[in-house]
Design a protein around this ligand. Structure first.
Ligand SMILES: Cc1cc2nc3c(=O)[nH]c(=O)nc-3n(C[C@H](O)[C@H](O)[C@H](O)COP(=O)(O)O)c2cc1C
Length: 367
């Protein structure tokens, strides 16, 4: 079957907005300029991004808030219904739903995402998440499976989801370790994208990467710096090759942007929101259970500022030319695109579109 997914065509280097579906967005800061994440803000951001020619919108899935000096991520929306709403407001941009496999049944996710794909003429994407934050799962009375078992569960989930989303000719039964007793599963129509909508995932562990290789078109990748990113991509490519996968698993760099006329201004603004006004209770919560005792104070300080600045994503801080240069470097390192967070999408995305994107066009990354 010919594969058609919405990011197949278009610019050589894809650009999308990331992490906007709750207050605070990708940041952990107390400044007044932080992202409020109210629906009207999100709708205005999406229509702007659509008209500006960006390629995708990709939210984190958070079900409730997290501890902070101020409320953090307490105001959040559900991701599949958000995709339905935003594709209704836009004309060409792709919209992802970020789905927790342990919470949403694959048959429901299949029917819902197929509906969004049909209604939007093929613009729905699935970001598949097999686990992470037990605090969120407690709300559903769900205890996470042991780490690697989450991916075994996820694989069964994906098998059911993909068969149903693509449209079944005849009903099927399913008997797995985690999903069993499924009888006469059937779904018509299939999605517009073939064989099913674009799938993206994110993981670092070998089990998580194998899962991505088996299921996904794109992999979200967070890296320390471009050189580390380059090494990761080489490791990923050989892991994919060893499994016999023939198509590349395309990596998307997860970044955040602080763009100002001068580098000094951009760095000062980052210091202001991510260091002087970091939400340290939120940053501590983020670091819970992570091995930080052996870290040198300087490295720990840098990590904390990256958490507060952009959820540890790759910082792009500087002038429009600095930011364009780094995105060009990422493309040269093998990244297929970038998912970008901002302190405030309504004020900051237009600056990025007007000042950075033309430089990327000039460099041949965007059509
Ligand atoms: C860029 C990125 C985005 C993620 N988004 C979410 C999310 O929205 N919700 C969630 O529960 N987990 C999210 N995760 C967590 C991953 O799905 C995964 O559980 C985590 O990376 C640990 O996987 P691993 O132990 O296999 O490396 C995200 C991870 C990354 C790197």
């Amino acid at each position: 079957m010919q594969k058609t997914i919405f990011m197949d065509d278009g610019p050589a280097f894809k650009l999308g907005l990331f992490g906007y579906l709750h207050d605070g967005g990708v940041t952990m800061t107390k400044v007044a300029e932080r992202w409020p994440g109210r629906w009207n803000d999100i709708a205005a951001m999406a229509t702007y991004a659509d008209e500006a020619g960006l390629d995708f919108l990709l939210p984190y899935a958070r079900w409730k808030g997290m501890p902070g000096e101020i409320p953090q991520r307490t105001h959040s929306f559900e991701t599949i219904t958000h995709a339905a709403a935003l594709t209704g407001l836009t004309k060409r941009i792709g919209v992802f739903a970020t789905v927790h496999t342990s919470i949403i049944h694959p048959a429901i996710a299949a029917k819902m995402i197929m509906t969004v794909d049909q209604a939007s003429q093929g613009r729905a994407g699935l970001n598949i998440v097999c686990g992470w934050n037990q605090d969120d799962f407690d709300m559903f009375g769900i205890e996470q499976l042991p780490h690697d078992e989450r991916y075994a569960h996820g694989r069964e989930w994906f098998e059911i989801w993909s068969r149903l989303t693509s449209g079944t000719d005849a009903p099927f039964d399913y008997e797995g370790k985690h999903f069993h007793g499924i009888k006469h599963a059937f779904s018509q129509p299939g999605s517009i994208q073939r064989p099913w909508p674009l799938v993206i995932s994110a993981a670092y562990s070998p089990a998580g990467r194998n899962f991505a290789i088996e299921t996904s078109d794109y992999l979200l990748t967070v890296m320390e710096d471009v050189e580390a990113g380059r090494k990761e991509l080489a490791a990923l490519a050989s892991q994919a090759e060893a499994t016999g996968r023939t198509e590349p698993l395309k990596p998307i760099a997860v970044c955040y942007v602080v763009c100002r006329e001068t580098r000094a201004e951009a760095e000062a603004f980052h210091r202001y929101y991510a260091e002087e006004n970091a939400d340290n209770v939120g940053v501590d919560y983020w670091l819970q259970g992570r091995q930080t005792k052996a870290m040198l104070p300087e490295a720990l300080y840098k990590l904390r500022s990256r958490i507060a600045g952009g959820n540890t994503n790759f910082p792009l801080i500087g002038t429009p030319q600095d930011i364009a240069d780094q995105l060009i470097e990422l493309q040269q390192a093998g990244f297929a695109g970038a998912g970008i967070g901002f302190l405030n999408y309504l004020t900051d995305v237009p600056v990025f579109v007007e000042k950075v994107v033309p430089l990327l066009k000039k460099a041949g990354l965007r059509g």
